[in-house]
Design a protein around this ligand. Sequence first.
Ligand code: NAP
Length: 240
Amino acid sequence: MNVLLLGGTAEARELAELLEGRGVSVVTSLAGVTDRPQLPAGRVRVGGFGGAGGLAAYLGEQGIDAVVDATHPFATQISTNAAAACGQSGIRLLRLLRPGWAQHPNAAHWHWVSSMTEAKLVAEQLGQRIFLSIGRKGLASFVGLTERRVLARVIEPPDFGVPDCWQVLCARGPFDYGQEVALLTTHRIEVLVTKDSGGSTSKLDAAAELGVAVVIVRRPGSVKGVCQVGSAAEALSWLV
Ligand code: NAP
């Protein structure tokens, strides 16, 4: 069986390792948006396919039997493309989507919003010292935040000049609870802005402990009609 794993997440790396351990032929595809990506076990290809048509052509050329879309919950374009390409090619597709944070004990106290634009509007009402933990792509929506102290944590620096009142912290997670408490305390953060990405809840637990307000961007909807699981182990079962 030849498996294409659309990656860029911890779950994709976990599944690649499980498949490698079973001797399944797997190639992980990365978008190529970071200079120093965390590489999975097994073969890797890097860069876009050129839309759904390019992906369909790739699936045919490489003799792919199944695709696992294990991309980030907010990477909507590649998931749409994968569904279209697999539908067109008659190739089975599985969505591996880690659970979000809606079941977190504090979720009812958070400010749930539907876009980065709305997140900015809500965050500036809630405090003066704002921590943006939303990835590099979303930062541009917050450049109007010039009357606030902003701490933006990203893996790689933004590709635009940030306002003078911003501090950019380049760091790659995961971060544990103690690290998050220390960060929020040191920077006297009043508002945490994040996306409902799922995974470790350290920053949310730290915010709860310190009384920091949380603004959280809801997940985009999933592509309809695609079989979905929530963990690498379940994806392995589906494949084998
Ligand atoms: P996106 O908006 O859904 O995709 C934009 C384009 O990037 C796609 O149309 C595709 O180009 C290419 N692409 C995306 N993922 C790819 C992959 N795994 N392999 C090959 N090409 C890929 O995606 P995004 O939000 O920019 O995220 C890019 C990657 O970063 C994803 O793989 C995702 O798993 C990872 N990531 C995203 C986030 C986030 O918050 N969005 C966070 C952490 C990690 P073509 O149309 O040319 O094929």
